[in-house]
Design a protein around this ligand. Sequence first.
Ligand code: CO
Length: 504
Amino acid sequence: MSTAIQKQLESVFQRVAHLEHAMTYLGWDQMVMMPPAGLENRAAAMAELASLRHTALTSPELVDWFDALSAETESEAGLTEHASLREMKRVWQAETVLPADLVAARIVAGARCEQAWRDQRFANDWQGFLANFTEVVALAREEAKCRQAAAPDITPTPYDALLALHCAGDSADRIDAVFSVLKNALPELLDQVVGKQQSEPLPNCEGHFQTADQQALNHVLMRVLGFDFNAGRLDVSMHPFSTGERGDSRITTRFKDTEFTEALLATAHETGHASYEAGLPDEWQGLPVGQSRNMCIHESQSLLFEKHIAQSKPFLEALMPRIHEHLSATRHLNADGLWRSLTRVRPSFIRVEADEITYPLHVSLRYDIERALINGDLQPKEIPDAWDVAMQSLLGLSTGDQHHHGCLQDVHWSDGTFGYFPSYTMGAVNAAQLMATLRQTYPDWQTQLAAGDVTFIREWLRTTIWQQGGLLESQPLMEHATGESSNPQHLLDHLRLRYLEQAW
Ligand code: CO
């Protein structure tokens, strides 16, 4: 491979990574620390950085460099060089394929719609939302067509082209196959579990909990999960999130004073995301190939930490004494009671409050609607009816005209983010599959978790997932780690074992 050209390209991407570094931490500050009056200046500074990034990536010589490198055969390039080129090209295409006026129109329409949505949601104002949203969808369709035209071989439909921005490598065909298995099996499993749990006691986890005590407990949890406080921190924000990079992970959670489990599980979740970022390979730092694979893999890491470690019976046994120590109001609760409370299943209208069994159904509903919307098979005004029909068939609940409990509840679509939802459930599928391999690889896994030791899981994930960066596409990565591509059967097995047999 032409090393000189490769080096020149890499130096452009290193510059881009430095700009992204600044945007990442300014973005964190905006969500966590900044007073509201700082917004205008911050938005201007962020736009300036985004424009510098765009200028770096649209510099004309990049076209020639990519052409020159693409002309070489794969056999001339090593596996890593080939993957590095593929990932640089992916970032470059995603940034440069849209005409500038479309990019600007999208940003304006998305910001307007999202801003108005904040009040419209609470006012249940679907008609008001629709007035802005119709334009957001029209522009997203235009964007999807442009992106599809640039890579028709890997994006067979317009929706695939938006999906590729978040779930690169996982096609709509693959996601259809996964969701059709889950949609077939989960409603029946849901009925069985709800019926079974009706006669089971539900311990009360409520009480009064000081924020400082909860904070201390969450720090303990993060340490047990392997988080390095020398290279990261925990703060509070309205919605928990994880950002930052290796050496400086920033995760957030939120505390309620009447309930402690939501914060604890959110912290476990974000620790999973942060551990992945912190475990990415040093040698490709600043290059696209050194970044996380896609959101379907990212979410598998957070869900593995949250659902398969923190919410498991043996781990709760290990954590319970520390919970008692920091939160005296939990003294009446034992690990089994806490586990029962965390694994209670209730069909509900709201995705973010959903349990492990109903969550994939909420996502599948959104996936079907957004795919039809972007491919032109559904019009924005038809969403409420489509939503209601799907809620009734999947969860046995009717949204009717309560749109704030239906299609107005999520922020994603309001600013034009389509193709992101499936990553939540692909993440759950991948997490269950990785955990199935972990259980086979470490038959004494429950003993280790009961001792509060997750080192074996971190080490296994480090070599099979984290250190791979973007070297492999997502499905080859799953095959490398587990011997097969994403298979929803592992999630169903996990749910049956946990919820019907109370195995873990
Ligand atoms: Co997540």
